[in-house]
Design a protein around this ligand. Structure first.
Ligand code: 3HC
Length: 677
């Protein structure tokens, strides 16, 4: 060990049992010095004749939560992980993993080379590598089928979902459950009891179970895994375990792991892992910023958004007062919340009594005055500046001092809304995405005068209700919708020039988006923002709206829809486009799929560069997080700004110039430097 090696692994002795303790906060990741410490301490314990059994446990909040992801893609340092694990497995004395918190990825792989496992009931065990575009690369795919069988191993590796300790015990992954508070002592006693049995190397156990599950998993998850490489690679490794000797299986796993590790999908997914955590950090916030207490929430508007927003808080046990103008609208809104919860309960997501509890802390009212005791008030009425200013003016008089006043606007100027109050420091945007109880993104809009503690509190409450919150600056559409705009404009232009809605949508779906621009428009409503004058036809959209083709709700939009909302290409829309094209004197031509990418996705990168340069997003990775969690950008492409780096910013600029776009200076800068964001 050299002088600059942090001491993150130590050893204690309890009679004839050596206890090796990993201490590498915050999550005991297997950094190079931990691997070094494991190697050194196991060698010491094995070399000590007075030691008859070895316990491996962790200090702090959790057992080892995996490899150190921040080391990936960097030059190797310290001992090879597989070599360390193989030597632990080969130990001549029984080795017991004592698990609390989460044993994840490389952490579970470490536990799997231990000969026995004991865990507290609250522990969780899993191999989430697939969520990073990877597979367990230290024997996990080969050892798991030998311990839990092919079915559980295939499910665990391909979904990445962890198991609670009790389930792990049922499957044989955990040998014994310890007391929640007595893991250290219970593990030592368990180790002592295993001295007579001796080591039990996992590699010597036989794979069991039915390999048919692998094809079943592929079929069941075909939609969810569309475009992803890692779930399939995980399954290929588990399948290999069923027919190859252990060492050959390990070599196969290694080969597959390296392929994923150096591929773009895992790079993108690792980027998003850190981007998501980074997004929670607010630039320029004073260190001593204290959060405000949020014990009660008010929501104005019981429509789709207001109802969805309320559900987030009710689910976390935070009481909500919901306000509407009319009794029937209020009743309808509350009824929808109840119906949604009942539907979830029917699927087993909640117990019926939980639904009653949640509904029990919802207070419907027709009076804004009832919001006087709320710590956070979210306005979710329709998008009209005058209406919003009127509400905020009233709130100014009603809300208690220090209450946060938030608007769910998706594009209006928060600073202007704040002028309706005498307390602009308390005003900010909390832009939820529909359906608000499901979508994970929350744009927290920082006004010019928003107080640091109000902002920090909104971000924290976002996290508490399970959202990924991102700070956005005030501008038309904030981060997400602002970038959507150039995409939608170009998609329409492409129709004029000869593309069909189906072609544009197909290119986007093949790219990995859940739907294309026209499918999205049909879903949201083609008539949103329409001037409502059927005689005023200035665009293809006006022509559609004039005929009542308002989207899925009318079974007709850019596509036709049957009763099951299945789309088909519309001859009428083709006609309308043709008519409008003739009227505008535009020549029809063949549009390539590549041109659709260049004119709908590249302009988003351009807009993202403007947003970044204007400081409306704190960092490029925040923009990526917005698009992944708010719009379903495929995570394996890492968000638009990360993808720009993969695609080549120089290539993007060249194409945008060719199509006549004005290039954002920051994008040009990146292209000249041939770098990403
Ligand atoms: N490597 C490096 N840093 C990690 C890490 C890891 N495996 N896991 C977490 N961190 C960091 C986070 O980036 C964060 O850093 P920050 O404070 O600077 O932002 C900090 O640890 C705390 O993480 P969270 O905010 O996520 O803390 P939570 O308490 O909410 O969650 C957790 C803890 C459940 C362990 C969660 O962090 C997690 O899921 N981690 C990733 C687990 C994982 O994917 N393991 C597999 C790694 S790949 C592998 O093992 C390959 C092997 O097969 C060869």
């Amino acid at each position: 060990m050299s002088e600059d090696t942090p001491v993150s692994v130590t050893m204690e002795k309890d009679g004839d049992v050596a206890v090796i303790i990993v201490n590498n906060p915050p999550v005991n990741a297997l950094s190079w010095h931990v691997r070094q410490g494991l190697e050194d301490n196991f060698a010491a314990a094995l070399g000590d004749d007075s030691v008859k059994a070895i316990v491996l446990r962790c200090a702090g909040a959790t057992f080892i939560a995996g490899a150190d992801i921040s080391e990936f893609g960097k030059p190797p340092r310290g001992p090879d992980f597989n070599a360390v694990l193989n030597s632990i497995e080969a130990a001549s004395k029984p080795v017991i993993a004592a698990i609390h918190g989460t044993a994840l990825g490389g952490g579970l792989e470490t536990a799997l080379v231990c000969h026995y496992r004991i865990a507290v009931p609250s522990a969780k065990l899993g191999v989430p590598e697939v969520k990073l575009g990877l597979l367990p690369g230290a024997g996990g795919t080969q050892r798991l089928p030998r311990v839990v069988g092919v079915e559980a191993a295939a499910t665990m590796t391909s979904t990445g979902d962890p198991l609670p300790a009790a389930k792990a015990k049922e499957l044989g992954l955990v040998d014994e459950l310890a007391g929640e508070e007595s893991l250290a002592a219970d593990a030592i006693a368990f180790a002592r009891a295993k001295i007579a049995d001796g080591p039990r190397p996992t590699r010597e156990r036989r794979v069991f179970g039915d390999v048919a599950v692998i094809e079943q998993l592929k079929t069941a998850n075909a939609k969810r895994w569309r475009g992803f490489e890692a779930p399939y690679a995980n399954l290929a490794c588990v399948e290999a375990a069923t027919r190859l000797p252990f060492d050959e299986g390990l070599a196969f796993e290694r080969e597959q792991f390296m392929k994923l590790m150096f591929g773009s999908q895992s790079a993108a997914q690792r980027h998003i892992f850190f981007a998501e955590r980074q997004a929670a950090k607010i630039d320029g916030l004073p260190k001593d910023t204290q959060l405000r207490d949020v014990k009660k929430v008010g929501v104005i508007g019981a429509g789709t958004m207001g109802g969805g927003i309320s559900m987030n808080f009710l689910q976390k046990g935070i009481p909500v007062t919901i306000v509407e103008m009319q009794q029937d609208a209020l009743d309808r809104g509350v009824g929808v919340i109840r119906k949604n919860y009942d539907a979830s309960a029917a699927k087993g997501r909640f117990k019926p009594e939980q639904v009653d509890q949640m509904m029990g802390i919802l207070t419907p009212t027709l009076s804004l005055d009832d919001l006087a005791d709320c710590d956070l008030i979210i306005e979710a009425v329709y998008e009209n500046m005058d209406v919003k200013k009127d509400i905020f003016g009233k709130l100014d008089k009603i809300a208690k001092p220090g209450a946060i006043l938030a608007s769910n606007t998706s594009y209006l100027d928060i600073d202007e809304i704040a002028t309706a109050t005498s307390r602009p420091g308390d005003v900010l945007g909390m832009h939820f995405f529909s359906p608000a109880n499901v979508m994970k993104l929350l744009e927290v809009v920082r006004g010019e005068k928003t107080a640091p503690d109000a902002l920090a509190t909104a971000m924290a409450i976002g996290k508490k209700i399970g959202k990924v919150a991102v700070v956005a600056g005030v501008c038309d559409g904030f981060i997400g919708n602002r970038m959507l705009k150039p995409r939608q404009i170009e998609a329409m232009n492409l129709l004029m020039e000869g593309a069909t809605p189906a072609q544009v949508d197909k290119v986007h779906v093949e790219f990995g988006m859940p739907m294309g621009p026209f499918q999205m428009s049909d879903l949201a409503g083609v008539d949103i923002g329409w001037h409502r004058d059927p005689n005023r036809i200035e665009s293809i959209r006006d022509a559609l709206c004039a005929e009542g083709r308002w989207g899925q709700k009318k079974q007709a939009g850019f596509s036709d829809y049957d009763h099951k909302r299945q789309p088909s290409e519309s001859a009428r829309v083709a006609e309308l486009i043709e008519e409008y094209r003739t009227k505008a004197g535009t020549q029809k031509r063949e549009i390539s799929d590549q041109e659709i990418i260049e004119r709908t996705l590249y302009p988003m990168v351009n807009e993202g560069a403007l947003i970044l340069a204007e400081g409306k997003a704190q960092r490029a990775s925040d923009i990526d997080v917005v698009w992944i969690y708010g719009y379903g950008w495929p995570v394996y492409r890492g968000g638009p700004m990360f993808w720009a780096g993969l695609e080549g910013t120089d290539k993007i600029v060249a194409a945008l110039e060719k199509h006549g776009f004005e290039i954002a200076p920051l994008l040009k800068e990146k292209a000249d430097a041939k770098s990403g964001f």
